[in-house]
Design a binder for this molecule. Sequence first.
Ligand code: ATP
Ligand code: MG
Length: 274
Amino acid sequence: MGTIKNYLSFMEIPERKGEETLIESDWDINLEGVAFSYPLSDHPAVKNVSFTIKNRETVAIVGENGSGKTTIVRLITGLYLPDEGMVLYGDEDIRNISVKSLFMKTSGVFQKFQKYQLTLRENIAISDVDKEPVNDELDRISAMSGLDVSDSSLERGYDTMLSREFDGVDLSGGQWQRIAIARGFYRSHDLIVLDEPTASIDPLEETKIYKRFAEISKDKTAIIVTHRLGSVKLADRIIVMDKGEVADIGSHTELISRCDKYREMWDAQAQYYV
Ligand SMILES: Nc1ncnc2c1ncn2[C@@H]1O[C@H](COP(=O)(O)OP(=O)(O)OP(=O)(O)O)[C@@H](O)[C@H]1O
Ligand SMILES: [Mg+2]
């Protein structure tokens, strides 16, 4: 009953309006004094957030659980609108851009992702139904995502059905995560967000995935969210979140020397990366 109630009230939310604009390909993303509270919550999940992500930059957002990382990327991608302040793509406030235009060139892999009862090919290609899912392209994407399609659990390669109910197979959490990552990479995009899609993947493999990702995303704007610090050195800049606010922004070396919060996180994890 609860689910249905939520669904019905969701369907009653008015459609967001906005201009059907083609977003310029050389935009920067600007956050100016952004604050956001979840409904029924008595404190803001993020507040006073201002920074710029330059076009084609790779940025990492780090911080402890609940520090506001996911909320920030949902605001950047326009899934949520800020209560205060502005999110600008170039000079355009995202409130004035239609949802369709906004999402056209954006791809995201989130902490909670979907497992479709479809074939592996369909599970990857569903993110961009306008493209023909040919094996060459899927091979390239799978290699980036650390997905081994020759694995014995995938009996029929890309045409393996990923569902026991339909005479197919089920996969491990880590394999599903790699498929979700592949789905995000497959979609044509100018902006890509990876919000900790690697929790069931071990830290070393995670670092490998992010390294390949950074090489291939050189000409895209990329945002990596993580609370493991092993992968963040490859970002151009690192944004440190603390209790909903930006604690500092800089390179790994700069942050180690001046940001207590970052050093604290680094010291706690350094043993894994030495
Ligand atoms: N759907 C929601 N409804 C209400 N409060 C929420 C919701 N999602 C997050 N919050 C709250 O907002 C704050 C920021 O959460 P957010 O998910 O952005 O943090 P995070 O840094 O991504 O954490 P994690 O590392 O656990 O993913 C937290 O206090 C959290 O409890
Ligand atoms: Mg999160």
